[in-house]
Ligand binder design. Structure first.
Ligand code: AHM
Ligand code: MG
Length: 344
């Protein structure tokens, strides 16, 4: 008989365990059937790309010193526009994930069929850098993404039309906000979780587990320059928010960068709206890669999202760059909105 090797007790730490997004995805994978290793590998492609994007966004202010976009920089490289760079990073990181069959981006007119395995089963749709016109003035921007499963037979080549699925078919969605810190917020259908990028070690660390949107919050958020040009029901709704008709007098906050405006709405409560207006009767935001991921996250955090006629997630898309109006927020604000719409 061998003598047992003595072992030291497991170390005890006085700080809470650090959970990275990769650990979190893996633990979800163990707990839920249907969440496969391929899926976590795919998500790691998104997190890698967003770290590369964040590094570039953080240096954006230096472009005035190092050369403007389109110029040749000090290394003799042509400076790319940041949204083009962000798109390239996502396309690159995802095209080497064998499980990705199709990618669709705000920056590409048509969906891109990835060359992965013939059994690749995922479709990834994204806006690589939403609100990029704000970069020049140092305002936060974001990346939004949505993950769907292929609808066609797996042993046949994917078709671009498979991207055109209602948002309710998403299996995961998220965004990254490049703000005063960089945060990833995602859901794979089991709670909404927020991770803050620790720039020292380059890891997204769980900072906001199980985010729930407050039942009611202090802010409404819209571009009020368009208010007179929006349908009367929206005007009545905003008047009600301002006047205290829905239980409180709402204050106004508008950044003009959807991820930032939604992120505040998610954490503090309230409502974000981009209604139709005379210039944009369909609304401005894109259904597949802007409204759908935001709506999916909102619903999984206890909120709601509507285009004024129906649930965002029920809209069957006709084209990949289709626009929609969007009203998204907490239950109290959304129920008030739905009552107003029902009266019209
Ligand atoms: P973009 O995809 O061209 O960046 O436009 C989308 C952005 C959103 O981030 C934001 O909610 C909206 O445009 C702001 O629009 P406006 O300037 O009309 O208020
Ligand atoms: Mg956009």
């Amino acid at each position: 008989m061998h003598a047992q090797t003595p072992s030291d007790p497991a170390p005890r730490f006085s700080f809470p365990p650090l959970i990275t997004v990769q650990q979190h995805i893996l633990s979800e994978q163990r707990r839920f059937q249907g969440v496969s290793g391929e899926f976590s590998w795919l998500l790691s492609g998104i997190t890698l790309a967003t770290k590369l994007i964040e590094a570039k966004v953080r240096r954006a202010g230096l472009s005035d010193i190092l050369g403007v976009q389109g110029d040749v920089n000090v290394q003799g490289e042509i400076q790319q526009k940041l949204d083009v760079y962000a798109n390239d990073m996502l396309l690159h990181a995802l095209s080497v994930r064998e499980s990705v069959a199709v990618m669709a981006s705000e920056e590409n007119e048509h969906p891109i069929l990835a060359g992965g395995s013939p059994n690749a089963k995922y479709i990834v749709v994204f806006d690589p850098l939403d609100g990029s016109s704000n970069i020049d003035v140092n305002v936060s921007v974001g990346t939004t993404f949505s993950i769907l499963k292929r609808t066609g037979p797996l042993n046949q080549k994917a078709t671009a039309d498979e991207v055109l699925q209602a948002g309710s078919q998403q299996i995961a969605a998220g965004y990254v906000l490049y703000g005063s810190s960089t945060m990833l917020v995602y859901t794979a259908g089991n709670g909404v979780h927020g991770f803050t990028l620790d720039p020292a070690v380059g890891a997204y660390v769980l900072s906001h587990p199980n985010i729930r949107i407050p039942d009611s919050g202090p802010y409404y958020s819209m571009n009020e320059a368009h208010l007179e040009d929006t349908p009367p029901a929206y005007q009545r709704y905003v008047a009600g928010l301002r006047s205290g008709k829905y239980g409180r007098k709402y204050a106004s906050r508008y950044i003009g960068s959807m991820v930032s405006d939604f992120h505040r709405t998610l954490l503090k409560g309230g409502v974000f709206l981009y209604p139709p207006n005379t210039e944009r009767p369909e609304g401005k935001l894109r259904l597949l890669y802007e409204a759908n991921p935001i709506a999916y996250i909102a619903e999984h955090a206890g909120g709601m999202a509507s285009d004024g006629r129906q649930r965002i997630l029920d809209i069957k898309p006709r084209s990949i760059h289709q626009r929609t109006s969007l009203v998204v927020g907490g239950p109290a604000e959304m129920q008030a909105f739905e009552r107003i719409m029902a009266e019209t």
